[in-house]
Design a protein around this ligand. Structure first.
Ligand code: SF4
Length: 173
């Protein structure tokens, strides 16, 4: 019962033993939440904290998270850093090349709303959600690795509640 008791399933006791009854949706969501492959992509100082989180001290790997160098093999994008208007179309293109269903964590003030550049520059996008949908917003300048891990756990919770019909990024908006 050790492993089975942790699964988000309905257990039914039958005369000859235990039967696990679940839905395809729950199995797929559990698998997807536990194997997020993220695009290694950073545009400014927040990326240093993201790289730190992937290294051995904080260790993304224990959540089943691995970085991919190609967007076609990734389903999670950390937008870690300042996004300029010049960079924004490239961010959108990379997002569109990712495998669906795909997710975005806006890491740091710059990605959330322009951060320290919100008022004083015309060159910075006031939040990456102006060009791509964001699933989790993580404020901070920069957020520490512990906060990024917390954001990933929040995303996992969100994925586990997803319905099959919501898998398309277009539907999630
Ligand atoms: S939020 Fe702060 S640390 Fe992160 S990219 Fe912007 S200026 Fe750099």
């Amino acid at each position: 019962m050790g492993v089975i008791s942790k699964l988000p399933v309905v257990l039914e006791r039958m005369p000859m033993g235990t039967v696990v009854a679940t839905s395809l949706e729950k199995v797929l969501n559990e698998g997807r939440a536990s194997s997020l492959w993220y695009l290694l992509f950073g545009t400014a100082c927040c990326a240093i904290e993201m790289m730190c989180t992937g290294a051995s001290r904080y260790d993304f790997d224990r959540f089943g998270m691995f970085f991919r160098a190609s967007p076609r093999q990734a389903d999670l994008m950390f937008v870690a850093g300042t996004i300029t208007h010049k960079m924004a179309p490239r961010v959108k293109l990379l997002y569109e090349q990712m495998a669906e269903p795909r997710y975005v964590i806006a890491m740091g003030g710059c990605a959330c709303n322009g951060g320290p550049f919100h008022y004083d520059t015309y060159a910075v996008l006031k939040g990456v959600d102006k060009v791509i949908p964001v699933d989790v917003y993580l404020p901070g300048c920069p957020p520490r690795p512990e906060s990024l891990l917390e954001a990933c756990l929040k995303l996992q919770q969100k994925i586990k509640k997803q319905k099959l019909g919501e898998w398309s990024s277009d539907i999630r908006g």
